[in-house]
Design a protein around this ligand. Structure first.
Ligand code: ADP
Ligand code: MG
Length: 514
């Protein structure tokens, strides 16, 4: 006799349905075929113990389990449940009527409880696409699947719950049907920080508004205690809210990485990731023998904050270059390669020198000659090339810090950011993969960042007098484009350029001598 059950495996952020065939023959062997990895091979032991502990019978016959398609590698322990149910069905302990309508996913403990797993959201999306009626998943992962409409989602705690469901038996061992999460017109966000907490610093807040409006990467340079970390943490509060598609994509990545905790079905606000400077390159960009998403992918559609930038290993910063350019990362292995999305806004922060007080208005820098230059050299030019806005942060005065003048809050700033983003959305609607000014390629740049003769002259003069290197040119124009958008101006005018020029501190030839 032959029985089929259905399950799923995740590759990158997409799932593929796996058919599991279980056949009973003569003899007492157990064969598992169809490119299983070690964790799948070990399922036999877990299933045997789970059956024993739940008064289910493991057939004393030859059992052959085949997993198809055979060319896809099956990894992990999520196939325990579909294999176990297949064995129960082939030995007539479970009815077969519902088996082709539900996907089964879950690892079994020896006592028959079902353990949580990774990647449930992509699996649910694929199940719906292929017309399954529903999926049966570990209860702790059920919320992740509940964002997919028109799919029945059941959260199961034990194998006996699944058995009684498939046998349509009413018992106290009932699997829980999860309510589908409604789609809101605007996703619910709960930020615990706000720009209104930042006193003074009007010019810095303006710089953040421009960065958010154009999606520009930012580096903050300033002494300890100036408020760099405080400002960076607030950037996601002024970025436009995520669209449903963005939220789903970000949630998929977190689902695959097994990072969704508790009852969060959908990640509905932009992620803010702050990896420590001791992070490895695998931790940052992703990797491992079954490549997992790294911090840059977990920050997808949100903010990646690298505090104390020069403290990161140089090799770690080097690997950031390609994903910053492509907004995705490709991880290759001998037999396959995986792409993970990695479209984040980079915010980096650094002290101007090891002691932190170089260029400080009041305190003396105690670094030896040459040390400051060496410190700055730790950040490679190509990485700096991908950062449009440099912001020098000086601490607020005591008076400013203690006064009671209300500061503008994130809601007001975000409104202006959203208006500027809408202009960009229209501008780039027919350009694949370009959503804001920071994403412009050469073609868009030539079309949308045109200057009249007067503008060219002004920029040339300013660049010469400030000693700006040529690489600053494109960046200034892109940022000026965003400043013009914030004013709803089609043309880039001289005052837009003048403001944009201020954001190139690290390109100034005299940065180390003033
Ligand atoms: N403009 C400001 N308004 C209110 N508090 C501030 C401001 N700047 C700094 N602070 C206070 O100083 C603390 C240290 O700031 P932090 O962001 O950690 O500095 P940095 O990262 O530059 O070393 C903050 O937690 C905050 O309490
Ligand atoms: Mg800090």
């Amino acid at each position: 006799m032959l029985v089929k059950t259905y399950s799923s495996t995740v590759f990158g952020i997409n799932a593929t349905t796996i058919t599991i065939e279980v056949n009973l023959g003569i003899g007492i062997n157990f064969y598992l075929v169809g490119l299983p990895d070690n964790a799948v091979r070990e399922s036999q032991q877990r299933i045997k113990a789970a059956f024993k502990n739940n008064d289910l019978k493991f057939p004393g016959r030859e059992i052959t389990v085949n997993m198809a398609p055979a060319d896809i590698r099956k990894e992990g322990s999520v196939f325990d449940l579909p294999i176990a149910i297949g064995i129960l069905a082939v030995s007539q302990q479970v009815k077969t009527d519902l088996l082709d309508r539900y996907l089964l996913i879950g690892e079994l403990s020896l006592d028959g409880t079902i353990q949580s797993t990774k990647g449930i959201l992509p699996i649910a999306i694929q199940a719906k696409k292929e017309g399954y009626k529903g999926i049966i998943v570990p209860k702790s992962n059920a919320q992740e699947a509940a964002v997919v409409h028109e799919l029945e989602v059941y959260g199961a705690e034990t194998i006996l719950e699944v058995v009684s469901f498939l046998n349509s038996v009413e018992t106290s061992l009932k699997i829980e049907k999860i309510d589908i999460i409604k789609h809101y017109e605007r996703l619910v966000e709960t930020f615990d920080v706000d720009f209104k907490d930042v006193k003074g610093q009007l010019n810095i807040k303006r710089a953040f508004e421009i960065a958010a409006a154009g999606g520009h990467n930012v580096i903050l340079i300033g002494p300890p205690g100036a408020g760099k970390s405080m400002l960076a943490k607030r950037l996601s509060t002024i970025l436009p809210p995520m669209s449903m598609d963005e939220a789903l994509e970000t949630t998929k990545i977190h689902s695959v990485a097994g990072k969704i905790k508790g009852n969060i079905g959908l990640i509905s606000q932009r992620p803010f990731r702050k990896p420590h400077h001791t992070i490895s390159d695998i931790g940052l960009i992703g990797g491992g023998s079954y490549p997992q998403p790294g911090e840059i992918s977990l920050a997808h559609n949100g903010v990646l904050f690298l505090d104390e930038l020069p403290e990161y290993k140089r090799q770690v910063l080097e690997v950031l270059r390609q994903p910053l350019e492509d907004r995705s990362v490709n991880i290759s292995r001998a037999k396959f390669s995986i792409d993970y999305p990695a479209g984040f806004m980079l915010v980096a922060a650094m002290n101007p020198c090891p002691c932190g007080y170089y260029n400080h208005p009041e305190k003396e820098c105690v670094c030896a000659p040459g040390v400051v230059q060496r410190y700055l050299n730790k950040i490679s030019g190509p990485l700096l090339d991908r950062i449009d806005i440099h912001i020098e942060v000086t601490p607020v005065s005591f008076d400013e810090l203690t006064n009671h003048i209300p500061s503008e809050g994130s809601i007001e700033i975000r409104k202006r950011v959203e208006e500027a983003r809408n202009i960009q959305k229209n501008r780039y609607q027919n350009r694949f993969g370009i959503h804001c000014n920071a994403h412009m390629n050469k073609q868009e740049f030539d079309q949308f960042c045109k200057l009249d003769d007067q503008g060219v002259q002004l920029l040339k003069k300013a660049m010469e007098s400030m000693g700006l290197s040529a690489r600053a040119y494109d960046r200034i124009l892109k940022v000026a484009r965003t400043i013009a958008d914030l004013e709803c101006s089609d043309l880039i005018e001289s005052h837009h350029l003048a403001e944009a020029i201020q954001f190139r501190s690290l390109d100034r030839s005299n940065w180390l001598s003033n």
